[in-house]
Design a protein around this ligand. Sequence first.
Ligand SMILES: [Zn+2]
Length: 214
Amino acid sequence: MKNVIFLAPPAAGKGTFSDYLVESYGYQHYSTGDILRAKAKEDKSLADFLKTGALVDDETMLKIIREVLTNVSSKESFILDGFPRTLHQAENLDIILHDLGLSYVVIYIDVEKNILEKRVVGRRVCPNCHQVYNVEMEGFGSKDNVTCDKCSTPLIHRDEDQIDTFQKRYQIYLESTKDLIRYYKEKGLLYPISNNDLDQENALKLLRGVVSEH
Ligand SMILES: [Zn+2]
């Protein structure tokens, strides 16, 4: 199976796609967040730095990514999640992958903005049992859309799911991926997969087609 880099707006279904590849094909899932947290356990200065909430600089991040990918077995395929975020990172990642003799495809999960908005802004969470509902999507709400079906606790609409936060994140996503999309398109590595439907069976079928070696 081909190694995968995902480019996806918030709530596009990257988690579902990743889980599918991990569960069906034994992919290794490398998320930069997880990698950094693991690294911070043995590196006190990195741990202190992460606590400030600042972003790790490109050189450090590339060094860590190189370490991780160097240890990848040639038999297993991997997903790189949360990286690259900039054109500079993408170009340097290509140097690393070339050195290691690794190739990849970029899966661009394409979802219409109004659908993403419904998925995010309609989300309601039970603060007690953590059940997640969606009041904007038929069949995904709670019975009254106000309290939890399981434990009757009033549902909450989290700050991160408010329309303003969504708009901001979406805008940042558009700006930050513009260069990456062009870069990978020019290299012929970009595979857009539409994931607008509630039923993701078709999108997963397309995904399977892209990652399979022919
Ligand atoms: Zn509940």
